[in-house]
Design a binder for this molecule. Structure first.
Ligand SMILES: O=P(O)(O)OP(=O)(O)OP(=O)(O)OC[C@H]1O[C@@H](n2cnc3c(O)ncnc32)[C@H](O)[C@@H]1O
Ligand SMILES: [Mg+2]
Length: 482
């Protein structure tokens, strides 16, 4: 039993013909769909490039902790199935073998026609899959490069489409073909016109639909089926226009409210890479500061969340802290990373505010001495700035603002803050913590922040207070139970 999602990927909307069948046969399964519409069509591209694009789609989808991958695209199946299968540790299903198998079963005249993209025809994948089963079948393959653009431009019901289909399939007539494989997942959207063109006696094989049967068998074989009894979630991503995708998907899947997001996958690795697979309970701590990740991570780990830092995502683009307040910067980081990673992200922006320095270094705490993240230089500058300030005028506070961004509620960031008061001392004490901790003295405790263990620090610190405030809000909203 496994409630992780099943991923479907295609060059565009064609894979939806597979997904529609999956939603019909396996309604309780969560599904994620990715269409690479920005780089469509795949058909005319060299196989090596299609393989690279397939890895980029795959690496994007693996972030969601998927339990199975369906290559809902014939061109990508022909180019990448073997490679993906040999390197991934989840079942990978392609559309060609199930289509070939169904065609072999259906033909009486022992003459099968295959219409597909140039790439699929060039690969000879259908012939090979059919001949591997039996040698006495004749296979006639034909590329139909005009079909995919008709579907993707939402023209697939138009009179032009009817005419193009009839003209394209003309050469197949009168050859004794009794079974025609629609060897591209886009083609079933043109099915009425295809059937018209070849006549009612030719049996059409929908390779995508056949594939879902295989998915279903594998779910049982590997004991991966969900035990949920409710309708599964459906998430859609496209590298192209979300609006266009919504129009076609809404119509084809008969769904009114579709959750479609535009994504950019060109930065994804184009070969196998180790990726951290995220699960429902994953939260990303959007920080490169190890001290912070540890302090925030501990809070969420204690609440049964899987915590990962930004280092788990080497390809993520860094978000600049261009805001003028802690909150602004925390929002920039949380929103910026959540948008890229499609995961819940918690960001902290924090700093030291010294009364005698009119609140400096404030939002510039990390880069007080110019160079980012040089704690020693920052501390040296702090001491120099306070050289003439007497001991009893060295009050300061640490402030932390936390922002939680969630991809399913992009306009509803959750914000919480906390602060702690202390004094800046001239001689550092303690080896724990980070940043300004060795100089931040807590009069009630008679210790600096760096003399406290992490748990002690979390009990009294600005970040600890902000986390407790956040916890309260998350409890009230029912987002976290503990
Ligand atoms: O932006 P990220 O990647 O989270 O890491 P950062 O270190 O740059 O974090 P900020 O931009 O929020 O800058 C905060 C700086 O303030 C200081 N600071 C914040 N919290 C602190 C703490 O608990 N103890 C000591 N210094 C702290 C420390 O120098 C940080 O580098
Ligand atoms: Mg920073």
């Amino acid at each position: 039993m496994n409630s992780a999602p099943i991923a479907f990927m295609d060059s565009g909307v064609g894979g939806l013909t597979v997904l529609r069948e999956a939603m019909r046969q396996l309604p309780h399964e969560d599904v994620i769909f990715l269409g690479d519409q920005a780089r469509l069509p795949y058909g005319p591209r060299p196989a090596a490039q299609v393989r690279e694009f397939s890895w980029q789609m795959t690496n994007f989808l693996r972030r969601f902790g998927i339990k199975m991958l369906v290559i809902a695209c014939n061109t990508a199946t022909a180019a990448a199935l073997e490679d993906l299968r040999s390197q991934l540790d989840i079942p990978v299903v392609g559309v060609i073998v199930p289509g070939a198998r169904a065609a072999v079963k259906a033909t009486a005249t022992r003459h099968i026609g295959v219409i597909a993209t140039e790439g699929t025809v060039r690969s000879g994948a259908y012939e090979k899959a059919i001949k591997r089963r039996t040698n006495d079948i004749k296979v006639t393959s034909m590329a139909a490069p005009k079909f995919v653009p008709l579907v993707e431009s939402n023209e697939y019901k138009s009179p032009i489409a009817k005419k193009v289909v009839a003209e394209t399939l003309q050469p197949l007539l009168g050859q004794g073909i009794d079974t025609l494989v629609m060897g591209c997942t886009h083609y079933p959207l043109l099915r009425p016109f295809i059937q018209d063109a070849v006549g009612p006696d030719v049996k059409l094989i929908d390779s995508g639909r056949e594939t879902v049967g295989e998915v279903s068998v594998l779910l049982d074989y590997f004991n991966l089926a969900t035990d949920k009894q409710t309708t599964g979630s459906r998430r859609f991503f496209t590298t192209g226009s979300a609006e266009m995708f919504k129009t076609i998907a809404g119509d084809w899947l008969d769904m009114a409210d579709i959750n479609v997001q535009h994504v950019d996958i060109e930065g994804e690795p184009s070969t196998y890479q180790r990726v951290i697979a995220a699960h429902d309970n994953t939260i990303v701590v959007a920080s490169t500061n190890k001290g912070k990740i540890a302090e925030i991570g501990k809070f969420f780990a204690a609440r049964d969340m899987r915590v990962v830092g930004l280092d788990a995502f080497p390809h993520v683009e860094e978000v600049d802290e261009t805001g003028t307040t802690f909150e602004e910067n925390a929002r920039l980081k949380a929103d910026g990373y959540s948008k890229q990673l499609h995961l819940p992200v918690i960001a902290d922006d924090s700093g030291l505010m010294v009364d005698a320095l009119d609140g400096a270094p404030g939002v510039f705490s990390a880069r007080y001495a110019g160079e980012a993240h040089n704690d020693a230089a920052n501390n040296a500058k702090l001491l120099a700035s306070l050289a003439d300030t007497p001991k009893d005028k060295r009050q300061a506070q640490f402030r932390s603002v936390l922002v939680l961004a969630r991809p399913d509620h992009p306009d509803e960031d959750i914000v919480a803050s906390g602060s702690v008061h202390g004094e800046i001392v001239s001689i550092p004490r303690g080896d724990n913590g980070f940043g300004y901790d060795p100089f931040f003295f807590l009069p009630e405790l008679g210790m600096t922040m760096a003399e406290l263990s992490m748990d002690q620090k979390n009990e009294i610190s600005h970040r600890g207070a902000a986390l407790r405030n956040l916890g309260k809000i998350l409890n009230e909203k029912g987002i976290l139970q503990k």
